[in-house]
Design a protein around this ligand. Sequence first.
Ligand SMILES: [Zn+2]
Length: 638
Amino acid sequence: MIERLDYEEIGFISGLEVHQQLLTAEKLFCRCPAGLYTTTHDGEILRHMRPTLSELGEYDGTALMEFKTKKEILYLLNRLNVCTYEMDDTPPFLVNQDAIDIAIQLCLSMNMDIIDEVHIARKQYLDGSIPTGFQRTAIVAVNGWMPFKGRRLTVTHVSIEEDSCREVSDKGHRIIFRTDRLGTPLTETVTGAELRNPQEVREAITLCGLVARSTGRVRTGLGAARQDINVSVRGGRRVEIKGVPRAAYSVKLTHNEAIRQVNLLKLRDAMRGRGLDSPDNIRMHSKDLSDICSYEALGFCRGVLGDNRIYGVRIEGARELAQHPTQPGKSFLDELSGRIRVIACLDESPIILGGDTLPKFQDMPEMQRRVREKLGAKDRDDVFLLCGPQTDCLTAAEEIRLRFCDAADGVPMETRQALPCGLTTFERILPGPDRMYPDTDLPPTQITPERIEESRRQLRPVPWEREKRYGSWRVPLETTHFLIRRGGAEIVDAIVEKTGADGLVAAIEIGQRAKAMKRAGIPIQRLDTDKWIEVFDLYTDGLIPREGIRSVAARMATEPELSAKQAADAEDINLQGAEKWGSEVETLIDGAADAIAQGADGKATRLITGKATAMLAGKAAAKDVALYVRQRLLEGRP
Ligand SMILES: [Zn+2]
């Protein structure tokens, strides 16, 4: 197993497709509300996918794969968030212009050329997650870039498209979807394949997220932004890891995919060494072995139910190849199992038995001998066992052959599902390039130069501009990113502009203290920009100390009818000059005469400052009290 990788040496390359839901009131092609998710349903619709010839007279490989799965697709419908459009029973309504406006702003942030005329196209989508079998999509801009680690990260194009259904469950031949998310507007941002290692992938995802958040017009929360990450190594092929919800997950996922590809290339070489170098040389034989195998001994729980059978599969010359490593802790047998799970729908563990996954029961050597004998296995052959309905077992046996054929060629192009452990599993064959075709249901949208200019005027600062400006105020980068992600940066900028407050103070109070208050259950998000400006006005006018900002803000959050001044009064904060409180500090200094006399000056200063600050909370700024005490004790002047 490879622990470390020299990404440059193996030719690691990655690019992103970032999907970001837009904050619109309605869906993209109908007037149903967007972002209204439900957990109940009023109706169900059952559908099957059936491949039809494309306009070029060909079947798409992905379409055939989905057809092989023979899935029943069940849609759950709630009258609150779905209509006949999403179910393909009425034509689309005109495209949501708000969504186009948001997309234009996003694209301008990334220095892109906006398309003059936005044309809707259909993109084949055959996994059932879109009932029509296609997704409506339109390119909005091309040819952009973002500053990235001292170079430029290319943004090849941005499209607007409709989101797919949410999967509820996928068991056997039945997959269930909720249709609430279906049709929600999202942008797809496609970057160049320019990321050179997993850390760069992570940073690029974070950057794309910050740019989208900077517009202030995108949805947030888990699932509102999902990335597909394309990864390949030299000699391998593009593999797409689908739906990665967080930037941090990308590091392990892409690292492990690189390991997988390096190992699959080694497996290919090993197969070539055995003459298994083309589909013609890979021979598979399968047989029903239910009469000589025991379900229980093999651990196939489902065996005893219904019409299930046990099938043996023999691959000539493949002895021990299934144990070849792939991802960390995984072997080629898992590649077989992934394909069988998805395509033959045999999804109960164990999906396939072979090599060292065969149980080590006492009678196993005898059973294995009989299995190999019945399958006519020679020493150099490998055998596998499957359990399920006859038709599924035959589909699975053929998939085993096809996966070995792919292995003879190296890394197959496929989409892979991200698992929580940083590993991936087969999802489907990567769709071919011909999956797009024009949609004649809708007129194109003209994007006039005036509309682009209007968008440009409304454009908010891009993240790299804020990073630079906040950096000059010495705001930690993490806080800057938090402020951009959560919209706090807009408030900070307004405070600095309108009240003249110090940028660092505003950024820390909004980005760190307010965050802590929210965690403590104070509804601080109720304070809009105007209210924050009121609070900071008191601070810059010298009426409240810096430490008063949070208590006034908290009071205003819990009692929204109060003005900032009233909140300050309610908190008993009313800053006074040293002439009002200096005598109280003098009393404390007199009381500590012994400590001071013992010569422990620093200690006495800290002690008195602490006591005085607590005593004068709300009347004097802590920094003024500290200064007074320090000057009085160390420098002898009040
Ligand atoms: Zn609708």
